[in-house]
Write a protein that binds this ligand. Sequence first.
Ligand SMILES: [Zn+2]
Ligand SMILES: [Zn+2]
Length: 189
Amino acid sequence: MVYQPAECREPVKWSFKQGKTWDTPRGKAVLKLIDGFDPLPIYQHAGPKLHAYRRIQSIEVKDLFPDLRKDEQRICACGCGRPAKRRYHNEDCAALVNICFEILYGRLESIGTVLSAVFGYQCVQCERHNYSKLQVDHRVAVMNGGGASWLGNFQWLCEVHHKQKTARDLAENKKQKEEIQPDLFGGIV
Ligand SMILES: [Zn+2]
Ligand SMILES: [Zn+2]
């Protein structure tokens, strides 16, 4: 049995605060594009190539974003529906695909870049601001099926609260193993 809570794949809608570290024009454009972006088509296309119980995925961009055509014409692989000369309609589309790939691949550095640009730097529990002490946390832990998840499954925690959270994750994992016995090697279906 394969298990990933639905909340791990839900679109994220944020009320826009100005970017703190992603202050380039392209960064801003991409943040707007992923605001409310529905990753479901990506999951559907990737199928079992994305694994709910793996921290880092073994995937390529085309596993998530296939080449798209409509009436013989090439259209943008980002899914925006606009015509494309190569793979993408424009550089923003290419950048969107790139950040989506990094998120689902599991690159915490890139996920942290998005988190900081949207929410700033602070632990969601104690609001501590010390960046060097902040860590990207999977709300639903990878051991509990939170691997390959979308942005909403990530948050900043400080070291102290991350440790406490991990202890809770382990307890939850123990419970899950007793209750549902997930197939740890299965993909997401
Ligand atoms: Zn596009
Ligand atoms: Zn904290």
